[in-house]
Design a protein around this ligand. Structure first.
Ligand SMILES: [Zn+2]
Length: 226
């Protein structure tokens, strides 16, 4: 999958919350932006901007360089998003989510759940038994929950995530294959160059041999004449 600016924004805002949107917008597509510029452009307090940047930095989603301000004597930090790292983190998060959903699905399939008619609580069998099948919130009798719809939703999400991972795997393999083919082409080109070189060397060799033979012949003739 290509990580468009919108996708990157979505991922980072999911992490920072909506109040992080202005900062994220200022970082996308730029490099080495000073934190003071970020504060000015987002019209936010430098402390808030720093806090958001540190959160992103904790997840390794931004990198920084710093320069000393000679007049004021302090360091100014310049920030840049790290797209590869964002990608990596995104898939790590999705991978964790997938594991969690699979576990939930397993539980839904093997456990019995009980629910209160006014939906205050949803309890598994052991919990429901502890409360003698009455809602601990409102005292209503608990009904057995039918998890078909829940299972369907979980399965749908799992399928979507797995499809995404399959696509990603395919993309990786495709890139690997392209890389290999490129190497092959380079190798083949090298071979051709080497062949040319060695045939040139051969030609030079045979030329010197011919000359040597001629010289030998002349010498012989000269010897005879003497
Ligand atoms: Zn209840």
């Amino acid at each position: 999958m290509r990580f468009t600016p919108q996708k990157i924004e979505e991922i980072l805002v999911a992490l920072l919350g909506l109040e992080g949107t202005p900062l994220v917008k200022e970082l996308i597509g730029k490099a080495n932006v000073s934190e003071f510029d970020l504060a000015t452009r987002t019209k936010k307090d430098i402390k808030i901007i720093r806090k958001q940047l540190y959160i992103l930095h904790n997840y390794n989603l931004v990198g920084f360089t710093r320069k000393k301000d000679k007049q004021k004597g302090w360091y100014i930090y310049y920030w840049t998003l790290l797209p590869e790292s964002i990608k990596f983190n995104y898939y790590k998060m999705k991978r964790n989510l997938l594991e969690k959903l699979k576990m939930q699905l397993e539980e839904e399939k093997k456990e019995l759940f009980f629910i209160c008619s006014t939906v205050c609580v949803r309890l598994n069998f052991d919990q429901a038994m502890d409360f003698e099948f009455r809602c601990p919130e409102c005292g209503e009798l608990l009904d057995q929950d039918h998890p078909e719809e829940r299972v369907k939703q979980l399965q749908k999400k799992i399928d979507e995530l797995e499809a995404e991972f399959t696509a990603l795997k395919k993309e990786h393999q495709e890139k690997k294959k392209q890389g290999k083919e490129r190497k092959k082409v380079v190798k083949a080109k090298k071979k051709v160059v080497q062949k040319k070189k060695s045939s040139k060397q051969k030609a030079v060799k045979s030329k010197t041999k011919k000359r040597e033979n001629i010289v030998k012949k002349i010498r012989r003739i000269v010897k005879k004449k003497r």
